[in-house]
Write a protein that binds this ligand. Structure first.
Ligand code: SF4
Length: 394
């Protein structure tokens, strides 16, 4: 559990005005002094993330945010970052003291509600302010818990409420185990020149291997150049081959036609997002016209190497396919444009660094603006005419 990647943990974020006691609350819930606590309003700048075990939910990330009433140009930046946190929040704690004016809290409540984020209201500071709070509890259609974060009063009740209100669709779904049987043999194919940080494999490969082992199947990892060797060495055909999407065509042509094939990127798009939407999105590739704007989006800011998939290969393949010039924008990291309407297509990476909520927020934003969205692996499979083969097992 301690090694559960952050992106697979339920994200519980704490929102409230400056000095409503959010940082003290996070320290009370986690039992550690991880958030900076000060009597000065607005001490929390960037969101603070704390990974912890919250039994019986399991691994979670608690996020402390800047006050949404922050002021000035730095304050605006903090509010922007706090709103980005909303995009990845699985469960929100909306913190109040017994303040009379709750119009700002109502705005944040509406923002979270629009994102379909379940919420718990936390009325803090009952050690010093224990007045009538019905004007708060009557305004918001969410469960409330009254606490004193400073004296750790009712923190147990709050943890129970978190367990009760944890989103029911938050499940650590399997990556590939549901299509495997115990003792199945899975061959994992990395690209020829392993484009990974020195000394380790990239997260989608590691997570997939772990899932295969968790389901009592066997995994063999090879570079593309060793694929034929391993097929000749095995005394039976592999039950599944999972490849890096960049060498889809080579792997498709190399393995027997009756061996099931997919890619890490496709597995990730099923795990983190919505496979049907990104499959439908790929079918818009052939509708692209000269000058159309295409957004290529990645969830991390890795240092691109020569031949980078998002910056070099995909733009080349997309343009060569229809013999057109596209206006391509690369968007890397957690920032994602609010207005997507100018784009004719979004092609997204596997989003291994994101939690599902974060990826779904992007998918929903694209859908609500009528912009098709697809995924690296799906797009490459489509352009190679093997989309049916690499998705038929799901
Ligand atoms: S977040 Fe996207 S670009 Fe970054 S390693 Fe994961 S799949 Fe690749």
């Amino acid at each position: 559990m301690i090694n559960t990647p952050k992106s697979n943990r339920m994200h519980i974020a704490i929102f409230g005005k400056r000095n409503s006691g959010k940082s003290t609350l996070i320290n009370a819930i986690t039992g550690h002094n991880i958030a900076l606590v000060s009597d000065l309003a607005g001490t929390t700048t960037d969101p603070v993330y704390k990974a912890m075990e919250l039994l019986p939910i399991g691994p979670v990330v608690i996020i402390d945010t800047a006050g949404l009433d922050d002021e000035g140009s730095i304050g605006e930046l903090r509010i922007k970052k706090t709103k980005e946190v909303m995009d990845k929040t699985d469960l929100a704690l909306l913190v109040f003291d017994d303040n009379e004016n709750i119009s700002l809290e109502k705005q944040w409540y509406d923002e979270l509600k629009n994102r379909e984020v379940p919420m718990i209201g936390v009325i803090n500071k009952i050690d010093v302010k224990n007045g009538d709070t019905t004007h708060i509890t009557d305004t918001f259609d969410i469960p409330f818990v009254k606490v004193s974060a400073k004296d750790k009063l009712n923190i147990g009740k709050l943890k129970e409420a978190i367990q009760l209100n944890a989103p029911s669709d938050f499940e650590r779904k399997v990556i590939v185990g549901d299509i495997l049987k115990p003792k199945d043999t899975v061959v994992l194919v990395a690209p020829q020149d392993i484009q990974a940080p020195k000394g380790r494999l990239i997260l989608p490969q590691v997570q997939t291997m772990r899932d295969i082992l968790d389901h009592d199947a066997m995994s063999l990892t090879v570079k593309g150049s060793e694929l034929e060797n391993i097929l000749n060495t095995l005394n039976k055909k592999p039950d599944l081959v999972i490849t890096d999407s960049q060498i889809f065509k080579y792997v498709n042509d190399t393995i027997p036609k009756d061996v099931t094939l997919t890619s890490f990127s496709i597995l990730m798009s099923r795990y983190k997002g919505d496979l049907n939407t990104v499959i439908a999105g790929a079918k818009h590739i052939d509708e692209l016209k000269d000058g159309d704007k295409v957004l290529i989006a990645e969830s991390c800011t890795h240092h691109p190497l020569k031949g980078d998939i998002g910056r070099e290969k995909l733009p080349k393949w997309l343009q060569e396919r229809n013999n057109i010039d596209l206006d391509i924008t690369i968007n890397a990291g957690s920032d994602f444009p609010k207005d997507l309407s100018k784009y004719s297509l979004i092609v997204h990476c596997g989003a291994c660094m994101f939690n599902r909520k974060q990826m779904m927020t992007r998918i929903i934003r694209a859908q609500s603006q009528g912009v098709p969205i697809t995924n690296y692996g799906i797009a490459i499979a489509y352009m190679n005419g093997i989309l049916d083969r690499v998705t038929e097992m799901f």
